[in-house]
Design a protein around this ligand. Structure first.
Ligand code: ADP
Length: 482
């Protein structure tokens, strides 16, 4: 019989998405079903979620949940078994799930997500019938479920807690604690207390049975002082309970042979049409239409983490080697302005589109020769996986999941015929510049470049391997044989 897993998260594609977390939560149920794991996904009943649930039936009513009545609806949405926590006093607000218009964090985020965790614990223990075998909690918003299960009545359902980005920790003032309904002993160094306040991510790390993050290298980095963001000691203390499991992408959804949004479809066996996409990309970004120039791209949040400033500072290398650059992204106003400025100052060589545009991102992956991912830290990263799949060589900082998913075209890897991209380290302007030069040199050797491109497209970026790893971990904590 399938192992029953209750996934608890604040977002899931396609219902609600602000980042990569939603992609992972949305993809895992489909990836895990073939390996004998039945996932039910519980989400806050934001307006978009309630709308997607339609006429789904109510399966649980709670007279009082953090200041008002709540109920749980159950329905099938986009192939997922979804439980929506309908608590209008907490979740019936338009717009972004975490911040109010104007950019301020919602003041009651602590109780909003404690409510998700508390209701999740009830459901896990069997409020809908049979108890679940395992809870899979994602990020700080769901972390407290591990505390509720630890201190609540039996059965104590085991918890796997996945950290998608250690930078978001869910810190709140100490006044939150008495509202949570946990015993006083939980507010301790070995518990929720964090620098005098409440740390929800910290509580998840403390109370969960296993902690995973989204790549093996990031799992190592977060146990160091440099990468631990204040939690490295605690993570080191968990020893072998901390694991790294790579994210994948949906390789049916991301398939250059069938992608209807591309001007031209192509595959590893038929690369010729790819050139159409490069030309379309050049036109769309106001670049000179030339087949023989190396075209670099960037897709992502314009933020310090992503190293966009390094790209702008490395322009002398890029322009000096005769390359072009296309940027699509949104984020910090100052970086948006600098990206626009770079395009204005280098018409025909650099193009910038500010915005979140899925079609343009796909065109970029399908048309660029190489995609720059110079992140200062990167838990897993999806951009380089999309680039591999669409035949654009990723040029990546050797950090986190970027280190684990790209095979650097060093001399031995080229000789062995297994390179898929270029890595550089440490993360800085000179090393990025050198990586750009190295990429252009590879591009100028057509046979070598064709091999790198073919290897990139052959790389397995699907969920298959990682789904098997999650399945093994769920069996491990459930004490069941796989
Ligand atoms: P993050 O830290 O933002 O979650 P990831 O690399 O894990 O970074 O995931 C980002 C995903 O969002 C990628 O699939 C990327 O293609 C997509 N993306 C980022 N910015 C944009 C944009 N401006 N337009 C379209 N897609 C974008």
């Amino acid at each position: 019989m399938a192992l029953r897993v209750l996934a608890l998260a604040s977002e899931a594609f396609p219902l609600v998405k602000t980042g990569g977390l939603a992609d992972v939560v949305g993809a895992l149920p489909g990836a895990l079903a073939p390996v004998g794991i039945a996932v039910t996904t519980m989400l806050p009943g934001y307006p978009a979620v309630m709308q997607a649930m339609g006429a789904a039936p109510q399966v649980l009513a709670l007279a009082e949940l953090f200041g008002g009545p709540a109920r749980v609806l159950r329905g099938t949405v986009a192939g997922m078994d979804v439980l929506a926590l309908d608590a209008p006093h907490l979740f019936a607000r338009p717009g972004n799930p975490y911040v109010a218009p104007g950019g301020r964090e919602l003041e009651d985020n602590g109780t909003r997500f404690a409510a998700l965790a508390a209701a999740g614990a009830l459901v896990a223990r069997g409020a809908l019938g049979a108890a679940f075998d395992v809870v899979h909690a994602h990020d700080w918003q769901a972390a407290l479920v591990a505390a509720y299960l630890r201190f609540g009545p039996l059965p104590r359902v085991p918890v796997v807690f996945t950290i998608h980005n250690l930078a978001f920790q869910g810190h709140f003032p100490a006044w939150l604690f008495p509202l949570l309904g946990l015993p006083a002993e939980a507010f301790a160094l070995g518990g929720l207390e964090y620098h005098g306040g409440v740390g929800l991510l910290k509580a998840g790390i403390w109370f969960a049975d296993r902690i995973t993050t989204v790549s093996p290298t990031y799992a190592t980095e977060i146990r160091t002082h440099e990468g631990g963001m204040g939690l490295d000691g605690l993570l080191r203390g968990r020893g072998g309970d901390v694991r790294g499991i790579l994210n994948g992408i949906d390789d049916a959804e991301w398939n250059p042979a069938t992608d209807a949004r591309l001007p031209a479809r192509f595959s590893a066996a038929d690369m010729a049409p790819r050139l159409e996409n490069k030309r379309a990309l050049q036109r769309r970004f106001g670049l000179e239409e030339r087949d023989d120039v190396p075209l670099f791209g960037f897709v992502g949040r314009l933020a310090w983490q992503k190293g966009v400033d390094l790209i702008l500072e490395a322009l002398p290398w890029l322009l000096g080697s005769g390359a072009q650059l296309a940027i699509v992204g949104t984020g910090e106003a100052a970086l948006e302005e600098r990206c626009r400025g770079a395009a204005a100052a280098n018409a025909g060589r650099i193009g910038t589109v500010i915005g979140f545009d899925e079609g343009l991102a796909r065109l970029l992956y399908a048309g660029a020769d190489a995609v720059l991912v110079p992140s200062r830290f990167e838990p897993c990263g999806l951009a380089q996986l999309c680039a591999l799949r669409y035949g654009a060589a990723p040029v990546v900082a050797r950090v986190g999941g970027l280190a684990d998913t790209v095979i650097d075209a060093n001399e031995m890897a080229v000789a062995a015929g297994c390179a898929t991209g270029v890595q550089f380290s440490p993360v800085g302007v000179e090393m990025l510049g050198a990586a750009i030069d190295r990429t252009v040199a590879l591009y100028r050797q057509p046979a070598v470049w064709a091999r790198v491109q073919a290897n990139a497209m052959a790389a397995d970026v699907s969920w298959a391997r990682s789904a098997a790893r999650y399945a093994a971990l769920f069996h491990e904590v459930a004490g069941a044989d796989a």
